[in-house]
Design a protein around this ligand. Structure first.
Ligand code: AMO
Length: 436
């Protein structure tokens, strides 16, 4: 495997083979400096012009464009005078592995470049240091959360994305042709993660795409996004679910902070604050009252019983002012505004929550209704019939009390780094974009 630049220090005074992009060529009178790059950094390659044996190498390099890729054989030496890490490669052989045409824009200077142009050439856009770092940070966040779940004996599952019936609600589902019948793209793994629990799997998670046919062009909606779904059994209340999510997020954020905290501060100007437990919790009615009293905000009639974008923003303000927290759990949503699979207590109060971080909802979670009769009643109330019949069967043959939640991975990264969802998603999918 290719040696990465951040590991080159282990090869000082050794003959190496190194591959990478040509980042810059600095052709001086006596010497040619070539800066090579990979996703872990940059390194200098130095070719002395006076050396007769270097003529062939200089010929190759003088005809080469930046962003081409090369494979180099040579010696890695330590040289304190070299600004890039105090090392340089002295080549003896250069092979051009691909030649780059002139780029449509300078990815190092994206300030004036339209986001859609950037997305059209996303593979060039990601060569930008900041965008490359965002990918690595997201990977690290997910790694931290996965490792936490493995340490708690969770099993990773893979649920189907082609499904026979809508799981969240009928309105925002993509219909596809499936031989001689209709099928749908999964809006979430909700039904299947619960099926795993009904099968006795106890603790499961999945990191996978969800599809939403929502025609919303906002900074936080995509038609396909990555969901980090968790479901586990033998809980007593949705409080157990919230408490577990706190631990999960703390584990993920701690992993990111340890590895990238300083870089995130330097490059994204964002501080990673590891939250303390418990995160503040507020009932929706109390929240409405606080938002009214403090910020003169009233939820529009159509959103009563729920939140909207403005309310989420102000909730962040409240969380900071009143609780010195970036997170806030909101509970006691109206049952009419929430899915039928959420449990309700004897007074009809919903046993579920949303988690708001830095002004945006990142999670929905709940204790689930696991009692067959109650669940059938809830489904009927919502007017759900045949479509959910298969799902209802999961609860007929013994199913432990359980709960879970889903975190939008794209939103997590977006809020962590202060970006929009278009800038954040590896490859953005929205109402007007299904390419590249
Ligand atoms: P919900 O629909 O609230 O809940 O989605 C959970 C989380 O997924 C993210 N999310 C989105 N991210 C980007 N673009 C979208 N269009 C989008 N829609 C949702 C958000 C949101 O908080 N089955 C339940 C979860 C559960 O109860 O376990 C569900 O899907 O971060």
């Amino acid at each position: 495997m290719k040696i990465n630049i951040d590991k080159l220090n282990n090869y000082i005074d050794k003959e190496i083979t190194f591959s990478g992009y040509v980042d810059a060529i600095r052709d001086k009178k006596w010497v040619m400096f070539v800066i090579l790059r990979d996703n872990t950094g940059k390194v200098q390659m130095t070719i002395e012009k006076s050396e007769e044996s270097n003529k062939e190498l200089l010929d190759i390099m003088s005809n080469l464009t930046v962003e081409s890729t090369i494979k180099v054989e040579g010696k890695l030496i330590g040289n304190e005078a070299v600004k890039l890490g105090g090392i340089e490669i002295i080549p003896t052989k250069i092979e051009v592995t691909s030649v780059a045409e002139p780029l449509p824009f300078d990815y190092n200077n994206l300030a004036g470049v339209n986001i859609d142009t950037r997305l059209d050439y996303r593979w060039l856009d990601i060569r930008n240091e900041k965008n490359m770092l965002a990918r690595q940070i997201e990977s690290t966040m997910v790694q931290g959360m996965r490792e936490f779940l493995y340490s708690k004996d969770f099993t990773e599952i893979h649920t189907p994305k082609i499904i026979g019936a809508a799981s969240e609600s009928g309105s925002s589902v993509f219909k596809i042709e499936y031989f001689d019948r209709d099928a749908y793209l999964a809006q979430s793994p909700q039904f299947y993660k619960q099926m795993a629990v009904a099968a006795g799997m106890n603790r499961v998670f999945e990191v996978a795409p969800c599809f939403r046919a929502e025609n919303s062009n906002t900074n936080r909606h995509a038609t396909e996004y990555t969901s980090f779904d968790v479901e586990f059994s033998y809980i007593d209340s949705y409080e157990d679910v919230m408490a577990f999510e706190e631990d999960l997020l703390i584990a993920g954020l701690t992993t990111v902070k340890e590895k990238y905290g300083e870089k995130i501060k330097e490059i994204f100007n964002k501080e990673i604050i590891i939250p303390t437990k418990p995160f503040p919790r507020i009932k929706l009615k109390e929240l409405y009252q606080e938002l009214h009293e403090r910020y003169n905000f009233d939820i529009p009639t159509e959103d009563i019983g729920d939140m909207n974008a403005e309310a989420e923003k102000l909730t962040f303000k409240l969380a900071k002012e009143k609780y010195n927290s970036e997170f806030m759990f909101v509970t006691d949503y109206a049952a009419t505004k929430r899915p039928f699979y959420h449990m309700r207590d004897d007074e009809g109060r919903l046993q579920g929550y949303d988690l708001i971080w830095r002004g945006t909802e990142i999670t929905s979670g709940a204790q689930r209704e696991h009692r067959f009769d109650e669940l059938c009643k809830n489904a009927k109330e919502k007017g759900l019939g045949k479509d959910v019949e298969f799902y209802l069967q999961f609860f007929k043959y013994g199913c432990p009390p359980h709960g879970g939640f889903a975190i939008g991975v794209d939103r997590l990264t977006m809020l962590l780094l202060g970006l929009t969802i278009k800038e954040t998603q590896f490859i953005f999918r929205g109402p007007n974009r299904i390419e590249p």
